[in-house]
Design a protein. Sequence first.
Length: 148
Amino acid sequence: MIYPILLYKKEKNKLRKRSKYIYNKPNLIELINNMYDTMYYYNGIGLSAPQIGLNIRLFIIGLNKLKMIFINPKIIKYSEKKIINKEGCLSIPNLYVPIIRNKIIYVKYYNSFWEKKKIKLKNLLSVVFQHEYDHLKGKLILDYINYK
Ligand SMILES: [Zn+2]
């Protein structure tokens, strides 16, 4: 199933909300499958739950053949090294913003089986993670534009 993606123009308030932790370990498999269908349909490489109107701390990444699901994720350590990329967002079409991020991050999260995981992410994976993680805080690529 393909969900409609919330657009900043129309759904600013929902996209600006801080997402909530997921408790009681619900089965999220169907939701996650639908999120993947949606992300691939719109040619994204990441999609967060708030972008489909769910105010919960969950996002997915799909880079090449790699699929990663992050439930209640938390960044526990950042590298000093930075990386810069032009980022787009499915909720803000046609805007690309150069954003400086940490090149390497260490994160903990639950996977779709509710197993506790810890992982090191680098380069584009780290960038996409930080982009989606921002969504859970209601932060968007717009916030990185330097207004003069
Ligand atoms: Zn986005």
